[in-house]
Design a protein around this ligand. Structure first.
Ligand code: GZL
Length: 320
């Protein structure tokens, strides 16, 4: 009798489709390099738990080979869907093809891959990094016009992880804006790998450079707030007042950046939304249910500066 009941229940469940509790998602997180990444991980883990989705989570410590290993292990485990924020744009086609051949859909989150074969992934969910770079450039142009009535200055750029989509595209978007202003130029550009420690190191080298001494209007543009906060530490240790002697712009809009702006040490941060968990698992459930999903879903993002950061800091602290 018991066997008969179990088989009837099994058939009923199969007919009713997959329940969240039976969905298993492999998420190959790229690392824990910044506050943004930590918030992103918390959002993914928290949302999976809230929905009762089985999450197999790995941290690649910013190494592509570890992410690829994780994806291969998810394929071997036979997960239902793979979530992947690729640390760099290139080198993904072989393992994405293995997932495709295993019939496991891959949802790219946060960062994109460089491939001509878009069938290798089901969808991309994240930010438009070119727009973020343009937002930073446009804020800077308005700020310079507002302060000096002219757009001129020397930009010291803290670049993100070499080869990463946010580093490539935040640079592209920013340069597209400043290209319209012949007296506003990037005079130094170096990767700080999206970390505070390396951002500080790079800024220490910038300060010792001849370009720093020659710069009349010292502008720091960092591809994320963590590198900028490290740079601010280096600036202060050099006896320079960051808020008064520089113009400092970051990306991510983490709470610590709001705090630095409120303290008068930084001027602007462009938002990059890390809270992708709800959208990711909406997409996972739709894919598992065999529904169509859009190929690209961009986050809606703003820009915050010294007019609003102090007032918004308590709210921002609830997110990070
Ligand atoms: C952007 C994300 C970037 C953040 C950094 O979506 O990939 O990686 O801007 C993080 O803080 O390290």
């Amino acid at each position: 009798m018991r066997k008969l009941l179990a088989s009837v229940l099994g058939i009923a469940l199969a007919a009713a489709g997959t329940f969240a509790g039976e969905i298993t998602v492999g998420f190959a997180q790229l690392g824990a390099e910044s506050m943004w990444r930590t918030a992103n991980t918390d959002s993914v883990k928290g949302e999976a738990a809230r929905r009762g989705i089985n999450l197999v989570f790995s941290d690649a410590q910013q190494k592509q080979e570890n992410q690829i290993k994780a994806v291969r292990s998810f394929i071997a485990q036979g997960v239902d869907v793979i979530g992947l924020p690729p640390v760099v744009e290139s080198g993904w086609e072989p393992v994405l093809r293995e997932a495709q051949e295993a019939g496991i859909p891959v949802i790219l989150t946060d960062r994109r891959v460089d491939t001509s074969d878009e069938s290798l992934y089901t969808a991309f969910l994240g930010s438009n990094f070119i727009t973020e770079g343009e937002n930073a450039g446009n804020w800077l142009v308005r700020e310079l016009m507002g302060r000096y009535g002219v757009v001129k200055g020397e930009v010291f750029e803290l670049v993100g992880t070499v080869g990463a989509a946010p580093a490539i595209d935040r640079k592209k978007g920013f340069e597209a804006v400043i290209a319209k202003h012949p007296n506003l130029n990037i005079v130094k550009s170096q990767s700080g790998d999206f970390t505070r420690a390396k951002g500080k190191e790079v800024m220490e080298a910038f300060i010792k450079s001849p370009e720093w001494d020659k710069a009349a209007t010292k502008i720091i543009y960092g591809h994320n707030d963590d590198m900028v906060l490290g740079a601010i530490q280096a600036i202060e240790e050099a006896g320079i007042n960051p808020g008064k002697e520089c113009i400092i712009i970051g990306v991510d809009a983490i709470a610590d950046a709001f705090e630095a702006i409120a303290q008068g040490k930084m001027h602007c941060t462009v938002e990059c939304n890390p809270l992708l968990g709800p959208q990711l698992f909406d997409m996972v459930e739709a894919v598992v249910a065999g529904k169509e999903v859009p190929k690209t879903v961009y986050s809606i993002e703003g820009t915050y500066d010294y007019y609003c950061a102090e007032a918004l800091l308590p709210w921002r602290r609830t997110l990070y």
